[in-house]
Design a protein around this ligand. Structure first.
Ligand code: 5GP
Ligand code: ZN
Length: 112
């Protein structure tokens, strides 16, 4: 399968690992939009949030368990934002579901 994030998970494309467990892999975004910007993905290839079902939704819980662990390890006590872009209008550019974890700047939204 020609999927960029599957290749990153497999180690075929190098990435800067932030967190890994049985279900989840997290790595530094190549083009960070905040001083801290991790991409968190399930190891299983799921295209987008539009493909979540009763069979695979446990992986989304695993993503958020990873969010909390990373936030603790990185000492993000001031807060953070998690973003999931879905589909063309949602701004999704890689067809493997992923969650942006952004922190270390004021991310208040909507902007003034
Ligand atoms: P999307 O726009 O689909 O929500 O987010 C895709 C993200 O993947 C972007 O923030 C982009 O910078 C990041 N990205 C794209 N290609 C690579 C890559 O080869 N390595 C890493 N580490 N991040 C990438
Ligand atoms: Zn994939």
């Amino acid at each position: 399968m020609d999927c960029l994030f599957c290749k990153i998970i497999a180690g075929d494309i190098p990435s800067s690992k932030i967190y890994e467990d049985e279900w989840v892999y997290a790595f530094a975004d190549i083009d960070p939009k905040a001083p801290f910007h991790a991409i968190i993905v399930p190891k299983e290839h799921i295209v987008s949030a539009a493909e979540i079902t009763a069979e695979n939704s446990r992986l989304i819980a695993k993503i958020y368990e990873a969010v909390a662990k990373i936030a603790k390890a990185e000492k993000l006590e001031k807060g953070f934002r998690v973003v999931n872009n879905c589909g063309e209008d949602g701004g999704q550019t890689v067809g493997h579901i992923h969650f942006h974890l952004l922190a270390r700047r004021n991310l208040a939204w909507p902007p003034d």
